[in-house]
Write a protein that binds this ligand. Structure first.
Ligand SMILES: Cc1cc2nc3c(=O)[nH]c(=O)nc-3n(C[C@H](O)[C@H](O)[C@H](O)COP(=O)(O)OP(=O)(O)OC[C@H]3O[C@@H](n4cnc5c(N)ncnc54)[C@H](O)[C@@H]3O)c2cc1C
Ligand code: SF4
Length: 330
């Protein structure tokens, strides 16, 4: 049985207190929300904080407010189950409820939070193993070693961004608010992720994610398609989020984004796919052109489930599905 290492546990009740504890403890501390990612990682000794600061008792992080007209604010500690079941999110942001519903299992969704999901560690077959297994291959660049087993000549880690909500948040243009003892800042979801499996966030470790702001639903629609082996439990090995905005009263696309998750250290916005759609009628030939662009840019590596060439081909297929779903929901 894998056991947790010993650690100090703090459960502050105010944001100011939480960030103060973090600032005082330094790099040995880490925030935890539901713990469905951090605690397994600690059991495998992939992450080894000496102090764990829970964010679950911070009232501001547990609330949802607003609606589709004004935009919605979701506290970082809101659970995935609450998102899946929330009437306003289902009515005004069905893509968010849908993507959350595809995450793991009901039990994990009861514990797991939106904040933890958006800050999820990157994943790789050579990394998501217990300590002895990793020791058996002399570890790897991401933790304790000096070689990447996926790309041995590479000085970079290619572990994969594996959250279902990340591509959706990038596609719809969500914003994230962080707090620390230095103050607050707001980051566009698109600017948060870094294409490096080790330093995968443009965020300091002492920054607390407070909440997520979804933009008003002024005429756009979005969809999410997930590839995984089983219909539940499994992480995405490809996720396609599609977003389009058409001009009032017609089918002319004025804004479009296609974002791939689950195939690189950061979500990939495929600008060529957006370009294939913007300025045109939203029709099947444009969907095919956008999907081809996604296929060309997708370069999955051999570090998750399924053969990488097949996953590349699925980037085309799943983009078609995501865009056709939008055509059907017009
Ligand atoms: C078997 C299994 C299957 C899974 N399947 C999926 C899946 O299909 N799709 C998917 O997307 N995920 C999946 N997950 C991962 C995980 O359960 C979810 O992503 C969940 O939403 C993580 O949230 P959490 O609150 O448990 O995160 P935690 O484990 O608490 O935290 C995750 C990370 O975020 C940081 N963090 C959390 N909250 C904050 C905050 N407010 N401010 C700053 N840092 C913070 C933590 O320090 C940690 O680094 C799976 C996990 C397991 C164990
Ligand atoms: S991509 Fe390479 S360095 Fe990164 S976790 Fe996998 S084997 Fe390790």
């Amino acid at each position: 049985m894998m056991r947790l290492p010993k650690f100090n546990y703090r459960a502050p009740r105010e944001i100011a207190e939480a960030v103060k504890i973090m600032a005082a403890t330094g790099p040995d501390a880490q925030f935890v929300a539901g713990g469905t990612d951090l605690y397994p990682n600690m059991k495998r000794r992939q992450q080894t904080p000496r102090t764990v600061i829970s964010v679950m008792r911070l009232p501001e992080l547990n609330q949802i407010s607003g609606d589709g007209q004004s935009g919605i604010r979701i506290g970082a500690s809101v659970t995935l189950t609450d998102i899946v079941e929330h009437p306003l999110i289902n009515r005004d942001y069905p893509v968010v409820a849908h993507a959350a519903r595809t995450i793991s299992t009901p039990l994990l969704r009861n514990m797991g939070t939106i904040g933890g999901n958006l800050l999820l560690d990157t994943r790789c077959n050579y990394y998501d193993q217990n300590y002895e297994w990793r020791k058996g291959i002399n570890f790897c660049l991401k933790k304790d070693g000096d070689i990447c087993w996926v790309a041995p000549g590479s000085s970079k880690c290619w572990a994969v961004q594996s959250s279902d909500l990340v591509p959706v948040m990038v596609a719809i243009g969500a914003k994230l608010r962080f707090a620390s003892t230095l103050g607050e800042r707001v980051i566009e979801a698109a600017g948060l992720y870094n294409d490096d499996g080790i330093a995968y966030l443009h965020k300091r470790p002492d920054e607390l994610l407070v909440d997520i702001h979804l933009p008003p639903t002024n005429g756009w629609r979005a969809s999410y398609q997930k590839l995984r082996r089983r219909g539940a439990f499994d992480f995405p090995v490809l996720g396609v989020a599609a977003f389009i905005k058409t001009e009032n009263g017609n089918n002319h696309v004025s804004e479009a984004r296609v974002v791939l998750g689950g195939i690189a250290p950061a979500p990939m916005q495929i600008n060529e796919a957006g370009d294939a759609l913007i300025g045109h009628e939203f029709a099947e030939d444009r969907i095919q052109a956008a999907a081809e662009a996604a296929y060309v840019r997708a370069r999955p590596l051999d570090n998750t489930d399924f053969v990488m060439n097949w996953r590349k081909q699925m980037a085309r297929e799943y983009t078609i599905r995501a865009l056709r779903e939008l055509a059907d929901t017009r």
